[in-house]
Design a protein around this ligand. Structure first.
Ligand code: A2P
Length: 339
């Protein structure tokens, strides 16, 4: 017995990667329900040699569905997940809708796979910037508690969805052709530019929502309310892999060699750190890869006490930052072992 899988947001950037990731990993699917907005209803997608007609996502979409993968925005998740749960499906949600709900496990399998068992119908996939930082930080934190993190992101267009990726390509082409281009999918000119993350800014703190998510989600996933985090999130003109410059301070002294030793054995991490060739993690190498690439591992020279290390990481936002993390969760569902 193989599960019936529904994908809500099948026409989106993450939707396409759900399908590619299930294929690549041989995830068994008895039947796929392809769901999107009314705009896409009637169009088709190809899945394992079959032509599947896309249906409009409604409350009735989930009859007989075992696993519902959602990536159609927070509002859509909020509106339709309850119906999916009621129909008996397990929802794996890529949006921010339920992440901070105490009844919803927030799971990165390399860190807290055990939490999956506690779900009450919904499991959330963390924010992509959080996943990218936490996969390598977790094994360090376990060995030598991280007290404080300063992090800056260089985030790809893919986090904004297919329309933002397309806008990056089209606005770049217009720029090169010397044609004017009016931004549509994103508020700022994107070609040969970068800008502070396009989520709302809290007028009190000056932090945008993306930054706040990184702080709150890290504390929930690490189960450590005291970890101090300062973060700046920026969108850069890269298509699909995020980068982050991370400096962290541990409770006990830590060396570059310690970090290398820990990360060389860490699941989901690949060290790319060639000083002689000046070769370090790049979005072009991270794109299409499952691992978080980690390099520039070095002593933080602003810290004389030997507790602080800096590094630079890159991970595919559409894979480990979204679809892959969701499929890894689906692979671990006890429901699947039972069917
Ligand atoms: P559609 O293509 O029909 O608009 P992305 O993250 O790449 O922007 O993709 C968003 C996904 O979410 C798309 O598959 C989109 O479908 C889907 N979507 C957006 N709004 C809704 C909605 N109200 N109901 C169902 N699907 C939606």
């Amino acid at each position: 017995h193989e599960p019936v899988v529904a994908i809500a947001g099948v026409t989106g950037a993450v939707g396409a990667e759900f399908i590619a990731t299930m294929d690549r990993r041989g995830f068994p699917v008895r039947k796929l329900k392809a769901l999107a907005s009314a705009r896409s209803a009637g169009k088709t997608i190809d899945f394992r040699g079959e032509r599947i007609v896309i249906e409009e996502l409604t409350e009735k979409s989930f009859e007989g569905v075992d696993i519902a993968l959602f990536s159609a925005g927070g509002g859509t998740s909020r509106k339709f997940s309850p119906a999916a749960v009621k129909a008996g499906a397990v929802v794996i949600d890529n949006s921010s809708a339920f992440r901070m709900d105490p009844n919803v496990p927030l799971v990165i399998p390399e860190i807290n796979a055990g939490r999956i068992r506690e779900h009450k119908g919904i499991i959330s996939v963390p924010n992509c910037s959080a996943i990218t930082a936490l996969v390598p930080l977790w094994p360090i934190h376990k060995a030598n508690r991280i007290k404080r993190v300063i992090l800056s992101t260089y985030q790809a267009a893919s986090g904004g969805g297919a329309a933002v990726m397309q806008e990056l390509v089209e606005s770049t082409r217009a720029y090169l052709d010397g044609r004017p281009f009016a931004p549509k999918a994103i508020q700022h000119p994107y070609a040969f530019n970068l800008f502070s993350h396009n989520t709302a800014i809290d007028p009190e703190t000056g932090y945008n929502d993306e930054e706040t998510k990184v702080i709150k989600e890290t504390r929930k996933i690490f189960e450590d309310d005291k970890i101090a985090i300062g973060v700046t999130c920026v969108r850069v003109p890269v298509l699909r892999a995020h980068c982050e410059a991370i400096t962290f301070e541990c409770e006990n002294p830590i060396t570059e060699a310690d970090v290398r030793a820990i990360l060389s054995k860490a699941p989901g991490v690949k060290i790319v750190d060639d000083r002689a060739k000046n070769y370090f993690p790049m979005p072009i190498d991270a794109s299409g890869q499952d691992d978080v690439l980690v390099g520039r591992i070095r002593k933080d020279l602003s810290d004389s006490s030997g507790h602080s290390i800096s590094m630079f990481v890159s991970a595919d936002q559409l894979l480990k930052g979204a679809a892959l993390n969701a499929i890894q969760i689906a692979e671990l569902l006890p429901q699947r072992a039972m069917v």
